[in-house]
Design a protein around this ligand. Sequence first.
Ligand code: FES
Length: 141
Amino acid sequence: MSQFADSEGSVLRALQAIQETFGYVPDEALDTVAEVCNVSRAEVYGVFTYYSDLRSTLPAPNVVRVCIAEACQASGSDSLVAAIRAELGLDVHAKSRSGETEIAPVFCLGNCALGPAALVNDRLLGRTTVAKIRAALGDPR
Ligand code: FES
């Protein structure tokens, strides 16, 4: 952590390093980052909650990120989220009962022209349907 002391942008970089190491940012790490970066815990918490990629729990092995930003909303992301809920039984911000898959919202994947967009692990989807998500997850149904 000492590499992040007294350098510009250090809070975000420290949080990213922690997540890269542990897969998430444990709550107690916020205190450590505040101390090392010489800022308040509230400032660290503000950075932590601003960036949606930073997380406080371990991710499921499969993460489906559904874009809910404006362009994808205009292309049907609300309907996609409803279909995911109905057909996969998964809510946004929730893990499957098995813990294998989770759905997370995201604000723009840079695929706006092909909305609704989604990211299944590292695979970017456009004009996304539940069938495309199933296929990307390796689910043949
Ligand atoms: S708004 Fe959804 S990818 Fe840009």
